[in-house]
Structure formats: C-alpha cells, structure tokens
Design a protein around this ligand. Structure first.
Ligand code: NA7
Length: 492
C-alpha cells in the first residue's frame, strides 16, 4: 500500500540514524532533506576525537546490516575509523547533496489544520514538511562539572567531546575528571605519554574483560571475498548471544545471567590489581552493570602504570594552578580533561518543538522524556524519533536498534503514503499504558539497583527499554496499530 501520496520529509541530524533514514528514503525515491547543525556528518563520531576512543561493540556488529565493512583494522574499531566508515557510506549512497550543513533546526511547529510541520533553522529560513524524523542523537550536550573555580584554571581545560589538539599531553601533568567509559579509555591511551596523570574518580567502575585483536591483511581479504565470515561475527554467540544474555541479565537482576556478569567482573577485578591501596580505590560499591559496564581488554593493566595516580578524595575547587582537594592537597596541572559526560535528556532540544494545541515538547517532557515504544509521541503527529527516549541502552549496537526502529517507523509512514490518513500519532491512553508498564519494569532492572548514571531520568527511574532484546525486536517488527489514532484528512 505504498506510493500513492508523495510526502516531504525532514530528517534532523546527519549522524548514524539520520544517514540510515536518508538511505532508506532515497531507496524509495522520496523527497527528503537532512538538516545538520555541523559542517560534517557523523554525529557522536564527529564530535568525539579523544585519544583511546573505541566503540565497545565489535566493529563488524557496529555497521549497517546492508553495508558490511571488511576492512576494520581490529575487533573493536577506533572512533576515527567509524567516522570514515560513515563518510564512505554517505558517499556511496549519494546522500551528501540532500544534507544541509550548518543548519541547526531551531523550531518545529505542527499545523493541525494542514497536517504539516513548519521547520525553522538557524539562518532564519523556514520550510514545510509532512514528516519529521528526529535523529538528533542522545549524548551530544556536554555536561561540565559544577566545581567552583573551573573557569579560573590557567592551563587548557576542555570537555572530552571538545578535544583541544593544542593542549599539552606528552610529558605534561594532566588531570582527568570522570571515570565513565570516556575517562577510562583516555587513561589507557595517554598514561604512557604524560609525566603524571591524576585521575579524579568519584565512582569506580566494574570492568568486563573482553578480547582484543587486530585483523591481518589476509583476514581482511577473506572478509572481502566471503561476506559470510562477517555475518558469522555479527550473529555470533560472542556478540549476539552476549546481547541476549546481557538484556536477560539486566531485566532479571537475581537471575543466572546476572550472576555470570557479576562473577566475571569480580574475578577480573580481584585477579588484576596488585597494589592493595589502589585495589580498594577501584572496588565498586554497587552492582555490576548498574552503570554502563566498561568493556576493556587493558584498563586494569594501564591504570597500574606508574604515571597514573587515582585520586578518590573530594575536589574542593579548581584553582589557576590545578585542582585543590578537600584535604588541602593541590594537584598542579598543565591540562585538565573533563570526562564528565553529557546531558542525556535533551534529544532534539533545544529546538522548540510544538505539537497539537500548542503543546510543547518541554511541557510534554516536564517529568521525563518519553516516547511511545521510544519512537512516537501523542500530540506530535508524523514525528518519529530514532534512538529516542526509553529505547534500549547497553553494551550493544545502536545501529541495530535504529534499523529496527526504522522498520517500525516505515510501517507507520506507509499509512500516510497510502492516503489512508494525513496524520498518525499514538493515543494518549496507549502511550500512558506503555509508560506505566515500562516504568514499573525499569525500576526492577539493574540500572535501578542503586547507583548514579546517565541511564536514570531526573526522578531516578531508568530511562531505558526495560525488557529483553528479543522483546524489542518483536515490538519493532510490527507496530500495534490499535495504539495509533489517524487523522483522515485536512480541513477543507
Ligand atoms: P558518563 O558515563 O556519564 O561518566 C561521567 C563521569 O564523570 C562519571 O565518572 C561521573 O562520576 C563523573 N563526574 C561527573 N560530574 C563530576 C563531578 N562534578 N566531579 C567528579 N566527577 C564527576 O560519561 P562518559 O562520557 O564517560 O560516557 C558516556 C557514554 O558515551 C558511555 O556510556 C557510552 O555510551 C558512550 P559518577 O559516576 O557520577 O560518580
């Protein structure tokens, strides 16, 4: 039932998910424009360039399903390689001419009478669209620590997503605040270059040991000749089996899969750290996988390098010369790296999005960002989110998540293409039911077991998909159309 009504689409964001939507719409011969705030594609992989940046999903599983890539250099790819992959894909599929760079979307307003979105972007231009695909990413608003005196630091101080290439690292005294995935990767990459690295760690991490190996030229040639070898990795027990076991674990916190994760992490910790004092500093006091697990093949080894000092005391303030601790110690520094994470609740904001009856996204999300099955919103018709709020998060491929979400979105758009309706949105009642079930389940996941992380919303409830990977696959395979209300036609 496709192809009868020609629609005009706006895709917001030219990162992984926006590129995916663009490819899919181009394949269908649709009329779409991608609005990108920056001057290059890539999203998170464009913005993050810090040393040690590696995707913790095996490279062959972190690709589009329709564009396998035989040339990954290692089991885990670096950020630069992934950025190059997306640039290759955009060129290959001819998406570039459809992207408007330096075009930050500032406002989206729904006109109920005409069933159109009016989109405004930074340079003041406006245009109308039938459908909006919000593919603006999750972790793209850097969160700076609220520490007194941050501005007064005399050396280079910068957030990890705003890496300063001129900042002294080699032979320098470097401070690093934050021990999330980012901070941990940076430790492993710069510890041997610096004179001294002071790693300010508010919370230690659980570390899952993972294999790491480089692919030889012969292996890459074999991948080129025989793509089945790539599939064997994508669908391997080592990867996909782990994804299933992982989501089983986080949703059944006292079950056997969680016990395996906890045992592996605990054994790794107990058997890796030699110095008893450092060991106590690195011992987490919360359950494994409550925060995003660190997948690393080298962190425990690298953090024991002589140049690294793990500082667990309370930071009192930042001074021109360095970081002053509550006990009076001053760590004198040349460079201060802020690996303090992101505001994970913004999504397409600060763009002002206004749906039916003047309802704003800020008002709709006053309590917490939500979306029906992480994709659609009542009162925001023809507005579809990829990697939106309450989607699956964890140590698995968000490309796979976005592709499955696109499968769901495409079936809803089919209703518009067929001419059956001009607007589609979930009913408030269906969405309220989803959220009620989701919140009840989310509180029981490991993410809600008593630690702080970016997975939690402002009320402390995990903001994630709280069921298994297979349940997500099933939910995305076909929307429950009874959840949706259709507007048959525009006002005469
Ligand atoms: P995360 O995972 O949000 O980590 C931020 C880190 O910064 C974490 O260790 C925080 O400690 C720490 N932090 C934040 N504010 C402060 C202050 N004020 N003082 C000291 N320490 C602070 O961000 P990442 O960039 O590492 O990773 C984000 C995601 O990107 C990652 O999960 C992957 O999905 C990719 P806390 O744990 O809150 O005590």
């Amino acid at each position: 039932m496709t192809g009868q009504r020609k629609l005009k689409y706006a895709i917001v964001g030219a990162g992984m998910a926006g590129i995916l939507a663009a490819i899919r719409l181009k394949e269908r011969g649709e009329d779409f424009t991608v609005f990108e705030k920056a001057d290059r594609i890539g999203g998170t992989w464009r913005e993050n360039r810090y040393p040690g940046l590696t995707c913790d999903v095996p490279a062959h599983a972190y690709t589009y399903s329709f564009e396998p890539y035989p040339d990954w250099r290692a089991y885990y790819a670096t950020g630069a390689e992934i950025q190059a992959y997306f640039e290759m894909v955009v060129a290959k599929y001819g998406i570039g001419p459809s992207i408007r760079f330096n075009s930050e979307v500032t406002a989206l307003d729904w006109d109920e009478g005409r069933a159109k979105w009016t989109l405004a972007h930074r340079n003041g231009e406006r245009d109308e669209f039938d459908v909006v695909i919000a593919a603006s990413g999750v972790l793209h608003h850097p969160k700076l620590p609220d520490i007194e005196g941050l501005e007064s630091f005399a050396g280079a101080a910068f957030h990890t997503a705003r890496w300063d290439d001129m900042a002294p690292i080699d032979g320098a005294r470097v401070g690093l605040i934050g021990s999330g995935s980012t901070g941990i990767q940076i430790v492993t990459a710069i510890n041997k270059k610096v004179e001294r690295l002071v790693h300010f760690q508010r919370s230690p991490q659980w570390v899952m040991p993972v294999p790491y190996f480089r692919y030889s030229e012969e292996e890459r040639a074999a991948f080129r000749q025989n793509p089945a070898l790539i599939d064997a990795i994508r669908f391997s027990d080592e990867y996909l089996g782990n994804v299933r076991r992982f989501t089983d674990a986080i949703t059944d916190v006292d079950g056997p899969q969680m016990k395996v994760i906890e045992d592996v992490c605990r054994d790794h910790f107990e058997n890796s750290i030699r110095d008893p004092e450092l060991k106590e500093k690195l011992r987490p006091n919360y359950r494994a996988a409550c925060k995003r697990l660190i997948y690393s093949w080298c962190y425990y080894e690298e953090v024991q390098h002589a140049a690294v000092h793990v500082e667990t005391g309370r930071i009192a303030r930042i001074e021109p010369k360095g970081v002053r601790m509550a006990d009076g110690t001053l760590h004198e520094l040349d460079t201060l790296i802020l690996a303090t994470g992101f505001h994970a609740d913004r999504f397409i904001r600060p763009a002002g999005v206004t749906g039916r009856g003047g309802l704003t996204l800020d008002a709709f999300w006053e309590q917490r960002p939500t979306a029906h099955y992480a994709v659609t919103l009542p009162d925001f018709p023809n507005f579809f989110m990829l990697n939106g709020p309450t989607g699956p998060v964890g140590n698995f491929s968000l490309i796979d998540i976005a592709e499955r979400q696109w499968g769901y979105v495409d079936q809803l758009i089919d209703i518009l293409r067929s001419g059956e309706a001009v607007a589609v949105a979930p009913t408030a009642a269906a969405h309220a039911g989803y959220e009620e079930r989701r919140i009840a389940a989310a509180k029981k996941t490991i993410f809600g077991s008593g630690c702080q992380s970016w997975y939690l919303d402002a009320t402390g409830v995990p903001a994630s998909w709280p069921w298994s990977y297979d349940a997500f696959v099933e939910a995305m395979a076909r929307p429950d159309f009874t959840d949706y209300a259709l507007t048959a036609s525009v006002d005469a």
